[in-house]
Design a binder for this molecule. Structure first.
Ligand code: ZN
Length: 379
């Protein structure tokens, strides 16, 4: 994610904090300071930091559970609205998804239970009759925050953990794509209810409306992804790649890259050496950044991304999807069995290909467009 600051690396997972998170801390400090002075400001910042530590541990719960199934988590990002553990892939095995989804909230249950025990031992738990006036001690507030985190995350709607739990249960009984579709519809229904509740409440609750929008979009994305996966089952990279594209040579400069960018609709360019082997990918974003920093005479070889995975023609489409997600690059080169560059795999092109497939499927049942084999590269 952009504007994220890498702060640590724990157990091979990069911990990042989004810039807006510091705005939140500053806002908390400022508003507490106005109402209660420096002591209140420090207390507020400590409390919010501890809540986010709980969120971070929650994300580690997901990451460690995923690791049990051989799924890596390259990074965890903390945002003002919560945490985001970026798993390499979501397992299609419902039992595995269930364990990974539940592991996060379980961490908060454990933290809450620990605080409860601590407060019980030290006599810090309020008597039920005077619960109204307490809420002052830090451990008690942290306990409440962790309970809220559990409840909030178990709302059965994507992208909340509860949505994944729901899908896992459904997927044990039906096809994965259908389970996702149903879970997404339930999630959007929930989002609608939450939004209505936030709007109709007087005064309106902006936080609830924000969460509703967030859930509505998340549910739609998840459904689209699952549809894509089911539509692409059995298909190969060769059927959905771009076969007409421009490449750059290793010795080209950013000036040549700009010409290529403006001449074509392409955003990413494979960079090839004299023998035609792929040595990297130049993305539009990297090109623009480098132009600003070091000028048009910089060789593309200095700016291109190296170590991008190459796909082969017969690779299944869903495997290619996971690879392009992991790589964080918007295009991957496709090589033939001799290692020659024959195509470019981009999400946009795959999206267009899927639209065609869907249209064909609805017009002729069982119809599928099989593409002619790509022409051999010229020159
Ligand atoms: Zn979670």
């Amino acid at each position: 994610m952009r504007y994220s600051l890498s702060i640590a690396r724990i157990a091979g997972i990069e911990i990042k904090i989004h810039a807006t998170f510091f705005l939140l801390l500053a806002f908390i400090a400022f508003s507490y300071h106005r109402s209660g002075g420096a002591a209140a400001a420090i207390d507020g910042v400590i409390f919010v930091s501890l809540v986010f530590l709980s969120v971070l541990l929650h994300e580690f719960g997901h990451a460690f559970a995923a690791r049990r199934y051989g799924i890596r988590t390259p990074d965890i990002t903390l945002l003002p609205i919560g945490g985001l553990a970026r798993l390499e892939r979501i397992p299609e095995n419902p039992q595995q998804e269930l364990v990974i989804a539940v592991a996060g909230p379980l961490v908060n249950v454990a933290i809450a239970a620990g605080l409860w025990a601590y407060l019980g031992l030290t006599g810090g738990l309020p008597h039920p009759s005077n619960i109204e006036q307490v809420g002052v001690s830090l451990p008690l507030r942290l306990l409440a925050a962790n309970v809220v985190l559990v409840v909030f995350n178990l709302i059965p709607a994507f992208p909340m953990d509860g949505g994944r739990v729901l899908r896992a249960f459904l997927a044990m009984r039906m096809e994965y794509a259908r389970a996702t579709q149903i879970a997404a519809t339930i999630g959007q229904g929930m989002a609608f209810l939450l939004g209505a509740l936030g709007l109709l409440h007087s005064p309106p609750i902006p936080m609830l409306i924000l969460v509703a929008v967030f859930v509505f979009i998340g549910a739609g994305q998840e459904a689209a992804l699952a549809q894509l996966r089911s539509a692409s089952a059995g298909l190969r990279v060769s059927s959905a790649m771009v076969t007409r594209f421009l490449s750059l040579r290793r010795e080209d400069t950013l000036h040549d890259a700009v010409d290529a960018l403006l001449e074509t609709a392409q955003h990413e360019f494979p960079v090839v050496d004299a023998d035609g082997g792929v040595c990297g990918i130049l993305t539009r974003d990297d090109l623009i950044v480098a132009l600003r920093k070091s000028g048009a005479d910089t060789p593309v070889a200095e700016v291109m991304r190296v170590n991008v995975p190459a796909l082969d023609l017969s690779m299944p489409l869903d495997r290619a999807f996971s690879l392009i997600q992991e790589s964080g690059c918007d295009a991957l080169p496709v090589l033939d069995s001799a290692g020659r560059l024959v195509g470019l795999f981009t999400p946009e092109n795959v999206g267009e290909f899927m639209m065609v497939q869907t249209a064909l499927k609805s017009s002729l049942p069982g119809g599928r467009l099989v593409r002619r084999p790509p022409p051999l590269p010229v020159g």
